[in-house]
Design a protein. Structure first.
Length: 166
């Protein structure tokens, strides 16, 4: 029905996390910062985390194999497979601890113009409500996601300043 507000499907609403942020840069630059490993490794992760990339191939079916290093010294093995790429508007991915992780979750990132800025939305759907709840409670996924997008925003503003675009 034209104009009707689209609701989240009941089958995923209790399994998802949605985080968004406005980034003060054009969508093409925000997309670039999210899709090139030389950028990703500079801003990816929540406060106090760093990232070591083992391999990276940004294409549909390609993967990013990396380790996130927590502030307490814990290493987290991570694996992202890119399932859809529509530059510079959308990226879909599957994120788990390894290529065949049965608990991997799906994320869709959208990059939409918002005046001269970009509204990035990260919609993550977990296989079960329990896995979503565990991510929220044990791993602070909502706060971590907000911090990660905050790092992205700060990093992109640095790029704009260095390029003399802002």
């Amino acid at each position: 029905m034209a104009g009707a507000r689209q609701e989240a499907e009941p089958s995923t609403a209790d399994r998802e996390i949605v985080i968004s942020r406005v980034v003060d840069a054009p969508p093409e630059l925000v997309f670039e910062a999210f899709t090139q490993v030389r950028h990703l490794s500079r801003w990816w992760g929540p406060e106090g985390f760093s990232t070591t990339t083992r391999s990276f191939e940004f294409r549909e079916g390609g993967a990013w194999d990396f380790v996130m290093h927590g502030p307490d010294g814990t290493d987290y093995q991570e694996w992202i497979t890119w399932t859809e790429i529509a530059a510079p508007e959308r990226i879909a991915l599957l994120h788990g601890e390894s290529r065949d992780d049965p608990n991997a979750f799906e994320s869709v990132l959208t990059f939409a113009p918002d005046g001269a800025a970009t509204r990035i939305e990260m919609r993550t759907v977990f296989p079960t409500r329990e896995l979503r709840d565990e991510a929220v409670e044990k791993y602070r996924a909502i706060e971590g996601g907000r911090q990660t997008l905050s790092h992205l925003a700060a990093y992109v503003v640095e790029i704009v300043a260095k390029r003399g675009e802002g």
